[in-house]
Design a protein around this ligand. Structure first.
Ligand code: NDP
Length: 495
């Protein structure tokens, strides 16, 4: 049975190619009952998935990795068709997922398996052991902008940790979700370890209520609040990967060519529809003019379009076009100007543009624009740049370009991740956690933190021999209490 055959009785929705408007698929809007049934099947499957252990799961995750690697062009075709990014960018999106699959499968046992922990001198009679056990069934709700990389950041780590997963992709990219789930079921045919449910927000809400042990949500901050409220009804825990307004800082000693490349790629690849996309650029006044010239030259070479030669695809969600043009229009009305590209839109195709002199309280600087736009500002020094970068209610990621002080500046930025002398680099390292703070959400995917996110800590403390002082007994003596007092004074009193 393929994932699309699960439900023929439901209302269906159409998926459109954002470049051509053509219908590229129809999928069911799964009802609450269907979602609950999928979660029930996932719960049954979880006993088997847990029983095969870390090695068994690693073998299967490796096989999944092999299928994706061999059919990467086909998967990229589905991404391109449903969300519009250029085919080669879609391949680039999928590639790091293979590394995450390899890392999570290989390291889950080491990170999560039983570990002895120290007892300390006052508890020498006790032996502690900590293990991270899978939660059970994880519901993954994904966005459309990186329809493989983003949900797989949760799916891969949840599966490697021993959970089964029910995945609800965005209604803009259900075909990508179906592809992934079908590919997985080819290498794990025994039980429904990874299942698909499709639909709109109502299906996502049904998943939150369906008895899952955790929801891994990636999407906008506004939707995260709704998801959190729904999860609160059943005390279902949540990891929330939300939006951002990431800043890129250019110091006086930066490699300006690399910084300009980073700003343009970080801000305009994927048509700017990246949660970790660069949206604000703060440049040291000593190098501002040179940097602005480099950026302008780069943006002049870029063109958005729906044709295969365009380096920037169309905007996926029709409603987002109004948000982008609104931010640009307000920025221009409030004194901003265009230094590179053009404020030009045709249908869902938005041309890249760089704005300067935009007030810091304008929407183009404060809110997630999610289009191929950058705001750029001259700063006195990196202290001012750090202050402006941190003055955001979002705090997902950031980038710093500086030859000498990159790491030091990175340490002062309030964000979940920082790239130094590059952009997006943290996303491709399976060893580092990915996630934000503030309005960018909470919890982590990727790395050891990402594995633990889908587990609960299980502590076992074994008494190895009788304690020298019998304290936890109603037969406790005055002498024992006196000795405890002396020990407390000795160990802690001098502090
Ligand atoms: P949305 O918030 O619109 O939707 C995200 C997912 O939530 C979709 O599957 C959506 O379904 C579903 N959903 C909508 N309403 C509900 C509800 N009431 N209950 C449960 N689920 C619901 O985000 P987008 O898909 O537009 O994605 C873009 C956003 O995602 C941006 O803000 C971006 O920054 C953020 N993002 C964050 C990342 C991170 O790791 N921090 C990575 C990638 C993107 P449907 O689409 O069917 O309505």
């Amino acid at each position: 049975m393929t994932t699309q055959e699960i439900d023929h009785s439901s209302r269906r929705f159409e998926v459109h190619n954002p470049g051509t408007g053509e219908v590229v698929g129809t999928f069911p809007v799964h009802s609450e009952e269907r979602v609950r049934a999928a979660v029930d099947r996932a719960r049954e499957a979880s006993a088997w998935w847990q029983s095969i252990g870390y090695d068994g799961r690693r073998t299967r995750l490796d096989a999944f990795r092999g299928v994706i690697a061999r059919r990467i062009q086909q998967l990229a075709g589905v991404i391109n068709e449903e969300m519009g990014k250029p085919h080669s960018d879609a391949v680039l999106e999928v590639a790091p997922v293979l590394d995450h699959l390899a890392w999570a499968g290989k390291h889950a046992g080491k990170v999560l398996g039983p570990t002895r922990v120290a007892s300390g001198p006052l508890a020498a009679h006790l032996a502690g052991k900590v293990e991270y056990k899978p939660l059970g069934v994880v519901g993954v709700i994904g966005p459309w902008n990186y329809p493989v990389f983003t949900p797989m950041g949760s799916i891969v780590y949840a599966l490697a940790a021993g959970n089964t997963v029910v995945f609800k992709p965005s209604e803009y990219t259900p075909g990508v979700g179906a592809w992934l789930v079908d590919a997985f079921s080819q290498v794990v045919p025994e039980h429904p370890v990874l299942q698909l449910v499709t639909g709109d927000g109502s299906t996502g809400a049904a998943l939150c209520r369906a008895g899952v042990n955790k929801i891994a949500f990636t999407g906008s901050t506004a939707t995260a609040k709704r998801v959190m409220a729904t999860c609160a009804e059943t005390l279902t825990p949540l990891v929330a990967e939300c939006g951002g307004k990431d800043a890129l800082l250019v110091d006086a000693d930066a490699d300006l060519k690399a910084a300009a490349e980073g700003a343009v790629w970080g801000g305009m690849s994927n048509a700017g529809q990246s949660c970790i996309g660069v949206e604000r650029v703060y440049v040291h006044e000593q190098v501002y003019d040179e940097f602005a010239a480099l950026i302008s030259a780069k943006v002049a070479d870029l063109r958005a379009g729906s044709d295969p030669d365009a380096k920037i695809g169309p905007i996926t969600m029709p409603s987002q076009v109004g948000v982008i043009t609104g931010h640009v229009a307000e920025a221009l009305e409030r004194g901003g100007s265009v230094v590179a590209g053009a404020a030009s839109t045709t249908g869902q195709v938005v041309q890249p543009v760089v704005l300067v002199d935009v007030p810091e309280d304008a929407a183009a600087v404060r809110e997630e624009t999610f289009g191929p736009t950058l705001t750029m500002r001259r700063v006195r020094d990196m202290d001012e740049a750090v202050g402006l970068a941190n003055a955001s209610h979002y705090a997902l990621a950031a980038s710093v370009f500086s030859r000498k002080s990159g790491t030091e500046i990175a340490g002062r930025l309030r964000s979940g991740m920082v790239s130094v002398n590059s952009v997006f680099s943290f996303a491709v390292l399976p060893t580092v956690p990915f996630g934000g703070v503030g309005d960018s959400g909470f919890g982590r995917i990727h790395g050891a933190d990402g594995l633990r996110e889908f587990c609960y800590a299980h502590a076992v403390v074994r008494q190895r021999f009788k304690p020298p002082l019998a304290l936890m007994t109603f037969g406790r003596t005055a002498k024992a209490e006196e000795r405890l007092g002396k020990i407390i004074a000795l160990v802690h009193g001098g502090k």
